[in-house]
Structure formats: structure tokens, C-alpha cells
Design a protein around this ligand. Structure first.
Ligand SMILES: C[S@@+](CC[C@H](N)C(=O)[O-])C[C@H]1O[C@@H](n2cnc3c(N)ncnc32)[C@H](O)[C@@H]1O
Length: 222
């Protein structure tokens, strides 16, 4: 018999099996539950500075809530790769793409470290509310390794507020507990990404318990 889910801790590593189970429970109600994050999604996509024809990966794409903002920028000549380990979430992403007639969406079920291909030449990588991915070095190396020179990465997500704001941290913990499998790195969730994307810029919204991070791989686009 399946036990109760293990609560995320500060020490644990991201647990993809636990994440799948968590998001199987969320899938039907996810869009309504997280509609409040729409402005953050719009902003993090804008930080990618997308152009028509770009190839973008939406890592941990969930139900595809960032797809419309991406599609509006890359147009039909671009390509949108969505990677997601939870089938129920990815199915909804596929239904969204079908409903809206986006034929340039390539959805992949699984983990980034298994789903990236040698011929994936990426102009941009999006990490939108994907703490587990940002704390997985293997996932980040697989994605960032496919970014072209001049390619961009952008992330948004929750983080701990300062220690002297315990009420905010209680709220962050309460909300995030249901969406992450670890709180490891929650003080600086972007730290592994900063190792891989030189000059990563970080905008901390400390009192809101949230950050944005973005950067560009050195070199010019071919
Ligand atoms: C909070 S949701 C964010 C979904 C979407 N990016 C959005 O903005 O709504 C986190 C997503 O990351 C996925 N995820 C969890 N662990 C992952 C991993 N190791 N690799 C890729 N995706 C993962 C979850 O299944 C879930 O769909």
C-alpha cells in the first residue's frame, strides 16, 4: 500500500518519482491553482528575448501554461520543446497545443537528462517554477549543454525570504511544499544555473520569497 508522501526537506535531492506522484494529483486542477502566477510566467518568458524562428525548451513544462507567451514570440517557424516527467501534466500540454493549433510543439515525456538529443540546438531554455530541475545538476548540464552561443536561459521560482521574515517563510513553505520534492538550495535556487551560465543575473524579491534569473551563453549566434 502506498504511504503518505514524504514531506520535502532541506537535505533531500530532487526525487523524480515523488514529483510524478505529486503532479498526478495536481494535474486536473493545476491551471486554476496556479493562475495567480500568470504575470511571473509572462515576465520570465520575456527575459528570454525570443525571436521568430527560435527553438525553445520549456523544462518541466507542466500543462503548458507558458506556451502561449512563447508561441506569440517564436511564431510558426520556431520550435517549442516541452519536457515533462508527469504524463497527466504533459497530456494537458498536448491538448492545449492541439486546441490552439500549434503544430511546432515537440513534447517529450521524461527527464531532461534523458530527453535532450545531440541535434537539439537551442536558442533558449525556460525554467518556470521548476525548483526540482534547478537542483538537478544532470538536468541542467543536459539543457545548458544544448544552448547555442548567444542562447539564453531564464528562471523564476520561490525561495526563502530573509530569516527575519518568518511569517513570509511560513507562507513560502506552506505553498511550495505541495510543488517541490526538496527544499535543498532554497536560499539560492539558481546557484547551479549560475555555475553553467556565466554572468547569470539574479533579481531577488526577498520579501516576496521569489526570484528571477536570466543570462546568455557567451559567443554569437551562428
Ligand atoms: C510547479 S510545476 C511548473 C509547470 C510549468 N513550468 C508552469 O509554469 O506552470 C513543476 C513541473 O516540473 C516538473 N518536474 C518535476 N521534477 C522534474 C524534473 N526532475 N525534471 C523535469 N521536470 C520536473 C513537474 O512534473 C511539474 O510539471
Amino acid at each position: 500500500m502506498a504511504g503518505a508522501p514524504t514531506p520535502p526537506t532541506e537535505q533531500g535531492r530532487p526525487d523524480p518519482d515523488a514529483a510524478r506522484a505529486l503532479y498526478e494529483r495536481h494535474a486536473d486542477t493545476y491551471d486554476a491553482q496556479t493562475g495567480w502566477a500568470g504575470p511571473d510566467r509572462a515576465r520570465v518568458v520575456s527575459l528570454l528575448d525570443l525571436r521568430p524562428g527560435d527553438t525553445v525548451v520549456d523544462v518541466g513544462c507542466g500543462t503548458g501554461l507558458c506556451f502561449a507567451a512563447i508561441e506569440a514570440r517564436i511564431g510558426p517557424s520556431g520550435r517549442l520543446v516541452g519536457i515533462e516527467p508527469c504524463l497527466d501534466m504533459l497530456t494537458q500540454a498536448g491538448q492545449r497545443a492541439d486546441r490552439l493549433g500549434w503544430s511546432n510543439v515537440d513534447l517529450r515525456l521524461g527527464l531532461p537528462e534523458d530527453q535532450m538529443r545531440p541535434d537539439d540546438d537551442l536558442d533558449a531554455a525556460l525554467f518556470c517554477f521548476t525548483h526540482d530541475v534547478l537542483r538537478s545538476r544532470a538536468a541542467l548540464e543536459a539543457i545548458v549543454g544544448r544552448l547555442r552561443p548567444g542562447g539564453r536561459a531564464a528562471a523564476v521560482g520561490p525561495m526563502w525570504a530573509p530569516w527575519w521574515a518568518p511569517a513570509m517563510n511560513l507562507l513560502v513553505w506552506y505553498v511550495a511544499s505541495d510543488y517541490v520534492t526538496t527544499f535543498e538550495g532554497f536560499s539560492e535556487p539558481w546557484s547551479h544555473l549560475a555555475d553553467l551560465v556565466p554572468g547569470l543575473e539574479v533579481e531577488r524579491h526577498d520579501l516576496a520569497g521569489e526570484y528571477f534569473a536570466w543570462g546568455e551563453m557567451t559567443g554569437n549566434r551562428p
